[in-house]
Design a protein around this ligand. Structure first.
Ligand code: SF4
Length: 234
C-alpha cells in the first residue's frame, strides 16, 4: 500500500512514510539536511532504511564551525555514504557579496545566492526530496502537510510534520543521538552564524533566525520567485 494511494499521508507514521517514499522514488529521492538542532532525527530514520540515500548539505560559507563538526560526527555514526555538499558559486558571491555583508542589507538576496540557487542545482535529477520541518516551528509551517507537490514538479516529503517538541526529544533519547553542540548554548534553530541567535523559546524556535527582519524562511521552501534587487544583476 502506498502513502499516496488510498490512505491519506497523515495516517502514516514517519518511518512508514519514509520507507514507502524511498521505495517509490528509488534513485530519484534525496534528503536535504542542515545538520541543525533537530536534523539527527530524520537523518537517523533515513539511515536506518537506506544508508546510501543521497543527503544534500547546503554549505552557505557562513555556517558555524560546530555544524561542520556535528555533520561529520553524525555521518560517521549513522553510516551515511552519499553526502553531497551544495555551495554557492565563488564567482557569483564575489560579484554580489564581495565583503560578505549582504545578509545585513538584503537577507532575501543573500539566501537566494547562498541557498536557493545552490539547492536547485543540487536537486537537478531528483524527483522528490525529504525535509525535517515540523508544524510547531510556526509561520508557514503551521499548516505543513506530510506530502507536498511543488510547482517545480518535485514531491516534497515532510515525515515529521506532525511531531511535537516532546516527540523529537523522545526520539533523541531513545536512539541515544548526539545533540548539536550549540543546543547546549541556547540555540533552538541553527543556520548561518550571522542569522541565528540563541535564546528563542522552545515553542517558537525560529524566532532566533533573522532577528530584526520580517523573515522566517530562507526561501528554499517557497515558490521560486527571485527577489528583486540590483545585487542579482551581474
Ligand atoms: S541565513 Fe543569513 S547569511 Fe545565511 S544565506 Fe541567509 S541571509 Fe545569508
Amino acid at each position: 500500500m502506498h502513502a499516496t494511494a488510498a490512505a491519506p499521508a497523515e495516517e502514516w507514521g514517519a518511518e512508514e512514510l519514509l520507507r514507502d517514499m524511498l521505495a517509490e522514488y528509488r534513485g530519484r529521492i534525496a534528503l536535504v539536511s542542515s545538520f541543525g538542532a533537530e536534523s539527527a532525527v530524520v537523518l537517523h530514520m533515513v539511515a536506518g532504511l537506506d544508508r546510501s540515500t543521497p543527503v544534500i548539505f547546503l554549505d552557505t560559507g557562513k555556517l558555524f564551525p560546530e555544524t561542520l563538526v556535528y555533520r561529520d560526527r553524525l555521518v560517521a555514526q549513522l553510516g551515511l555514504t552519499d553526502i553531497r555538499t551544495a555551495e554557492p558559486e565563488p564567482a557569483r558571491i564575489a560579484a554580489v557579496d564581495p565583503d560578505g555583508t549582504l545578509w545585513r542589507s538584503d537577507p532575501d538576496v543573500c539566501c537566494w545566492q547562498r541557498k536557493v540557487e545552490p539547492l536547485d542545482e543540487a536537486l537537478s535529477g531528483f524527483d522528490a526530496w525529504i525535509t525535517g520541518r515540523k508544524r510547531y516551528q510556526g509561520g508557514l509551517r503551521r499548516s505543513l502537510p506530510m506530502i507536498e507537490h511543488g510547482s517545480d514538479g518535485r514531491t516534497k516529503i515532510n515525515p515529521l510534520a506532525g511531531w511535537s517538541l516532546a516527540d523529537i526529544a523522545r526520539y533523541f533519547a531513545e536512539h541515544d543521538l548526539p545533540r548539536h553542540p550549540l543546543s547546549a548554548h541556547g540555540y533552538n534553530s541553527i543556520g548561518c552564524t550571522t542569522c541565528s541567535r540563541p535564546g528563542a523559546p522552545a515553542d517558537d524556535p525560529r524566532a532566533g533566525r533573522w532577528v530584526g527582519f520580517d523573515k522566517n524562511e530562507c526561501g528554499i521552501h517557497l515558490p521560486r520567485v527571485a527577489p528583486l534587487s540590483r545585487t542579482l544583476q551581474p
